[in-house]
Design a protein around this ligand. Structure first.
Ligand SMILES: O=C(CO)COP(=O)(O)O
Length: 253
């Protein structure tokens, strides 16, 4: 059995005081940590405060991106060593918004995935097709090639510990979700790709999230699907009530 993982991706929302308030409010209400992994991926500026605030609770804090080098002349970047030092547990890599606006490529995502493992963090690797890919029936080709590129050179054990988030780009922030069946089919295809790369055991262990307009109203059905092991959530992770409802669904999946 794979443990469900519900991760909020706050993107560029909230001020520090709002972020701290959120953690104070939710940390005592997180469902049993044995049943669901609860993660919030916050803007980098807030990470030290949020890690401190969440300490001792079941809530884990993640970053939304990072560089692959430990240090260097990379103005504005944050490094894996810096995140490790802050005790950040998770990092989102290759989000479609980073691929589109900040030049994250299959190649740099792969380097970042390796760096995450070297620094004790679990990577949440985002993959997904555009509307154009989908209309041309290129979804699986696109997604498999992103998965293959991201996992290149990892050990089977590392692959097994990876989280992959399937986020169809056309479903992000649009209110449109893939149907649960469609999402499950792509997640199943991702698992097959992982099996080809790293064997059945790693494929059975790897957790695959769905992301794209996930809400308390649709999460139960998504999580009832065989190959969907969690959700990566933008908008609906911003309010404590809504986030806790998503966790509750994860704990009961
Ligand atoms: O991009 C997403 C999570 O990474 C999805 O965002 P929404 O849940 O706001 O559609």
């Amino acid at each position: 059995m794979r443990k469900p993982i519900i991760a909020g991706n706050w993107k560029m929302y909230k001020t520090l005081s709002q972020a701290v308030e959120f953690v104070q409010e939710v940390k005592t209400s997180i469902p049993e940590s044995t049943k669901v992994d609860a993660v919030i991926c916050a803007p980098a500026l807030f990470l030290p405060s949020l890690v401190k605030e969440a300490e001792g609770s079941a809530l884990e804090i993640g970053a939304q991106t990072m560089h692959f080098e430990n240090e260097g002349a990379f103005t504005g970047e944050i490094s894996p060593a810096q995140l490790e030092d802050l005790k950040v547990n998770y990092v989102i890599l290759g989000h479609s918004e980073r691929r589109e606006y900040n030049n994250e490529t299959d190649e740099s995502v792969n380097k970042k995935v390796h760096a995450a493992f070297e620094h004790g963090m679990t990577p949440i690797i985002c993959v997904g097709e555009t509307l154009d890919d989908r209309e041309k029936s290129h979804t699986m080709v696109k997604v498999s090639s992103q998965v293959g590129a991201a996992l290149k050179g990892l050990t089977k054990d590392q692959v097994a510990k990876t989280v992959i988030a399937y986020e169809p780009i056309w479903a992000i922030g649009t209110g449109k979700t893939a149907t649960s069946e469609d999402a499950n089919t792509v997640c199943e295809g991702i698992r097959k790709t992982v099996a080809d790369i790293a064997g059945e055991e790693a494929a059975e262990a790897v957790r695959i999230q769905y992301g794209g307009s996930v809400k308390p109203a649709n999460i139960k059905e998504l999580l009832s699907m065989e190959h969907i092991d969690g959700a990566l959530v933008g908008g609906a992770s911003l309010e404590p009530d809504s986030y806790l409802q998503l966790l509750e669904a994860g704990a009961n999946a």
